[in-house]
Design a protein around this ligand. Sequence first.
Ligand code: PMP
Length: 430
Amino acid sequence: MKGLSRDRKMALINRFRGPKTGGGGGGQPRRRQTARARFEDFDAYQRIEVQRQASERLNISNPFFRRHEVRAGGTSRIDGVECINFSNYDYLGLNGDPRVSAAAEKAIAEYGTSVSASRIVSGERPIHRELERAIADLYQTDDAITFVSGHATNVTTIGHLFGPRDLIVHDSLIHNSALVGAELSGAKRRMFPHNDWDALDRLLTEQRDQVDRVLIVIEGLYSMDGDMPDLTRAIEIKKRHGAFLMLDEAHALGVLGERGCGTWEAQGIDPAEVDIWMGTMSKTLSSCGGYIAGNTALIEMLRYGAPGFVYSVGLAPPLAAAALASLTILRDEPERVARLQANGRHFLDAAKARGINTGDSEGYCVTPAILGSSIKAANCSNAMLDQGINVQPIIYPAVEERAARLRFFLSAEHTKEQIDTTLDRLQAWL
Ligand code: PMP
């Protein structure tokens, strides 16, 4: 960027941003320009090219798809360079724990690496139900069901349960997977400003009579900003309007509450007050896949009807075993949760003390450093890597341009010294 005029910079930034439409381009059907069908003509591809060329011109190397050569935890090795790592959701440092790896290896020895087909047709393995029982116990629900992807869990659950006569209301910062599920359902969709409970209440007052069922979808801990909902308020509103409440606990499990049980424990809520508990196994549980916990009717409907379960393979045995072993460690070693929470708190306090803009973060597993420009965020991320710190930039359109940031994920594995060194280097760069 150095040496460019302000107008030239803005022109490049605007090109870097690209239009906001989805994969095929949207809008009017386009006139056919060539006789051949070419992927190169897709708007989605051209946007990637424009970004790539702009990055080349601005001399910004690609901060995405970095190659970790070892188990990535609180530290990692990227292209031969040892670094402190903040781009990792393994909040309690369980990935690679010998007990988790041993459980996965035992499951491979017993059942192989795959169950090869849907559980409904080809049958399940004992480990599937053991895991689901443990998840149901955590939320004190009747039952639980697991899926092969966290993203697919939201898509297929919301898409299957709700339909065109229903309304889905979600927080403006809800994860993409819930949005895709809402779209798939064909239900009417409305969003309310982030954590604005009065706006949610008003919206439901206006809409409730016009629709059949209503689903409210929120997250336990928002992964862009590291803040939380007021669950008591959400429950009061959902009850008054006769709505279902779904809570995505992807970043709350293992993070919130003294025992890491998540939002219900942290906010002193009876888990039965939430209709659909959703979570992923890719983060604290050091595995892969997603889950839904709830009452028998909910789980049976999903088990016999959700396309992402009925028409998709069951969880691979080593992944089910790794998730179950991680849940057991979470139950037995709450000191890991305490370590993560202390790290999260220290990071937030130390960042604020250095004048870094941490937005609304409440200092748990994720805290952003808001830089206000996509180019600055990409440059800063690359500069930090050069100094042995791996942290991802979040740039437009994932967030608004003025909210472009570095996003730091904390882990129980980080040390206070690593956090202080990181923030000193960031402060110096800024
Ligand atoms: N929900 C939330 C809130 C997430 O952040 C993510 C992914 N990070 C998902 C769902 C999807 O989970 P997975 O990556 O395990 O598919």
